[in-house]
Design a protein around this ligand. Structure first.
Ligand code: HEC
Ligand code: HEC
Length: 454
C-alpha cells in the first residue's frame, strides 16, 4: 500500500476525491511512472478495469443466430456499402458537393456507409457543418461511430432499438435517411444479392411476382419529402396496417427478408473494432507509452474529473443513459430538436416495438429490455464509448461541439444552466487549464489498432 493510498483513503472519509490531493510523486516504488505521475492502488485497480489484458470480443447476441456467421458477415458487408436500396434525395441542401450524397431529386445514393464512413471510424465526416448527417434529408442527431457497437444491446442515443438486426428498419424507412421502404429493399435484395442471401438464410419469397408484391422503383419507394403524409409513402411498415394492398402473410414475408438483411449487416457490424492502443500498452506495464501529460490526464479522468463514473469498463461506457445538460444548438443549416426527450421516449418505444428482442423475429431473449421506463430517463442519452474518438470532427448527440477541448470545457462547467429536458446529473468541476489540457491529451491517446480497417 502506498503512502498516497493511505492519504487518499483518509481523505475519502472526508468526502474528498483521491485525486483532489494532487499528484505528489512521493509514492512508493513501481507506482511512479517515467512520466512522473504516481498512481494509487485504487487508481491502478480502476485502470485495470478500463484495460483488461485483452479487449473482449463482441458480446454474444442471442437475438441473432447469424451474428458470428462468416457468410452472413460477408453479405452484410456488401449490403452496408450498397446504395441501391435508397430512394429520392428530397432536401434542397443536396447540392452535389462532397458534403452531400448527390443532388436534389437523385435516387439510389444512400448506403449505410454514407453516414458511417469507414475512414471516419464509421461516423460521418462528410455532411455540411460536421454535426448531424445529410442524406435524403437531415437527421436529428449525430451519427455515432460503429466501432465496438457489438458491446451494446440497447442501442441508439436514446435506446429505441434493442438489437442490431432491428436497427436497420430505422434508416431504411426514415424519410431523412435512405427514404426507402422494406418492400423496395426486399425487391432489390432479390434482384442483386439473391444467391448470397439464400446461401445463408434459405429461399426468398417470390418477390418478382408482381401480383403479390407491387413493383416499386427508386423514385416511388419511400416518401416524397418531409411534409408528405404516411399514406403517400410506399412499401412502408406492416404491423397489421396494410401497405400497398398486400396480404398480411406477404407483408410478413417482406418483413422477414429485412430481418435477415439486418442479421447479415449485424454480423458485419460485430466485426468492427477500435482495438487496443497506447493506453492499453501503458496499463499493461509499458509506462512510456503515454506522455507525462496523457498520464496526468488519465489521473484527472479517474479522479477530479469524475469521468470514469459513467465512462467505465473496457470501452469507456457504462451502457446506461444519463442527463448531462446539453443545450442543443443549431449548427449550419441543420434541424435539431431543442427539447430532445431522450431515453424516456426511446425506451418506451422499444418496449412496444414488434421487432424487439421479445418479438417473433428475434432468435432469443436475454432479458435486455427493462421492465418499465423510469421517469429519470427524461432527456437521458446513452453514455458514448470513447475509444478511437480523438480524431472525430464533432461530439455529443447534436454534434455541436467540434473539439475535445470544447467537450472538456462543457463537463468542467457542469453542463449548461438550462435549455434541455430532464435533470442534469453533472456538478461543476474544479479543473485548471493544465488539467483540462491533460484530459484532452488523454482522450486523444485512446486510439487503437483498428483491426478491421480496410
Ligand atoms: C442519414 C445518415 C445515416 C444513414 C444512411 C444510416 N445511419 Fe445509422 N445512424 C445515424 C444516426 C444519426 C444515428 C443515431 C440516431 C439516434 O440515435 O437517434 C445512427 C445510429 C446507428 C446505429 C446505433 C449505434 C449506437 O451506438 O447506438 C447503428 C448500429 C447504425 N446506425 C447502423 C446503420 C446501418 C446498418 C445503416 C444502413 C442500413 C445505417 N446506420 C444508415 C445515421 C445514419
Ligand atoms: C453522468 C455521466 C457522465 C459523466 C460523469 C461524464 N460523461 Fe461524458 N458523456 C456522457 C453522456 C450521456 C454523453 C452524451 C451526451 C450528449 O450527447 O448529449 C457524454 C459525452 C461525452 C463525450 C462525447 C463523445 C461522443 O461520441 O460524442 C466525451 C468525449 C466525453 N463524454 C468525455 C467525458 C469526460 C472527459 C468526462 C469527465 C470530465 C465525462 N465525459 C463525464 C456521460 C457522462
Amino acid at each position: 500500500m502506498s503512502k498516497r493510498f493511505t492519504f487518499g483513503a483518509l481523505s475519502a472519509l472526508f468526502g474528498l476525491s483521491i485525486a483532489s490531493i494532487g499528484c505528489s510523486s512521493k509514492g512508493d516504488g513501481p507506482s511512479v511512472t517515467p512520466g512522473g505521475t504516481s498512481f494509487t492502488d485504487d487508481e491502478r485497480a480502476l485502470i485495470a478495469t478500463l484495460a483488461p489484458p485483452t479487449l473482449p470480443p463482441s458480446k454474444p447476441d442471442p437475438t441473432n443466430r447469424f451474428g458470428d456467421d462468416a457468410n452472413a458477415a460477408a453479405l452484410g458487408k456488401q449490403l452496408f456499402y450498397d446504395t441501391r436500396f435508397s430512394g429520392v434525395l428530397w432536401e434542397g441542401d443536396n447540392d452535389g458537393s462532397e458534403a452531400a450524397l448527390g443532388k436534389l431529386g437523385d435516387t439510389g445514393k444512400v448506403a449505410c456507409a454514407g453516414c458511417h464512413q469507414p475512414d471516419a471510424a464509421f461516423a460521418d465526416h462528410r455532411s455540411l457543418g460536421h454535426a448531424v448527417s445529410l442524406a435524403a434529408g437531415w437527421t436529428l442527431r449525430r451519427s455515432p461511430s460503429l466501432y465496438d457497437v457489438g458491446q451494446t444491446s440497447l442501442i441508439m442515443w436514446d435506446g429505441r432499438r434493442d438489437s442490431l438486426f432491428s436497427q436497420v428498419f430505422g434508416p431504411i424507412e426514415a424519410r431523412n435517411e435512405m427514404n426507402s421502404s422494406r418492400l423496395f429493399v426486399a425487391e432489390q435484395l432479390f434482384e442483386f444479392h439473391r444467391a448470397d442471401y439464400e446461401k445463408v438464410f434459405g429461399a426468398m419469397p417470390p418477390l418478382d411476382d408482381a401480383k403479390r408484391f407491387p413493383v416499386l422503383t427508386p423514385a416511388t419507394t419511400g416518401c416524397k419529402g418531409a411534409g408528405t403524409s404516411p399514406k403517400e409513402c410506399h412499401g412502408m411498415p406492416g404491423d397489421g396496417a396494410e401497405f400497398d394492398g398486400m396480404t398480411a402473410a406477404d407483408q410478413d414475408a417482406v418483413t422477414g427478408v429485412i430481418v435477415a438483411f439486418g442479421k447479415a449487416i449485424a454480423a458485419y457490424e460485430r466485426t468492427l473494432h477500435c482495438g487496443p492502443g497506447r493506453f492499453d500498452d501503458f496499463a499493461h506495464g509499458k509506462t512510456e507509452a503515454l506522455t507525462a501529460s496523457e498520464q496526468r490526464g488519465l489521473q484527472v479522468f479517474l479522479g477530479k474529473g469524475k469521468c470514469v463514473g459513467c465512462h467505465s469498463g473496457p470501452f469507456f461506457s457504462d451502457e446506461k443513459f444519463h442527463v448531462v445538460g446539453l443545450h442543443a444548438e443549431l449548427v449550419a443549416t441543420t434541424v435539431i430538436d431543442p427539447d430532445d426527450q431522450g431515453a424516456v421516449v426511446g425506451l418506451a418505444s422499444v418496449l412496444t416495438d414488434s421487432l424487439n428482442s421479445k418479438g417473433k423475429w428475434s432468435d432469443g431473449d436475454d432479458g435486455r429490455l427493462p421492465a418499465s421506463v423510469d421517469p429519470s430517463m427524461l432527456g437521458a442519452l446513452r453514455t458514448p464509448m470513447l475509444r478511437c474518438g480523438g480524431g472525430r470532427q464533432s461530439f455529443m448527440h447534436t454534434g455541436q461541439l467540434h473539439t475535445l477541448e470544447a467537450v472538456v470545457d462543457f463537463f468542467a462547467r457542469g453542463g449548461d444552466p438550462h435549455g434541455f429536458a430532464g435533470k442534469n446529473e453533472l456538478q461543476p468541476l474544479i479543473l485548471d487549464d493544465t488539467e483540462k489540457a491533460d484530459l484532452v491529451a488523454f482522450l486523444k491517446a485512446l486510439d487503437g489498432t483498428n483491426p478491421t480497417k480496410e
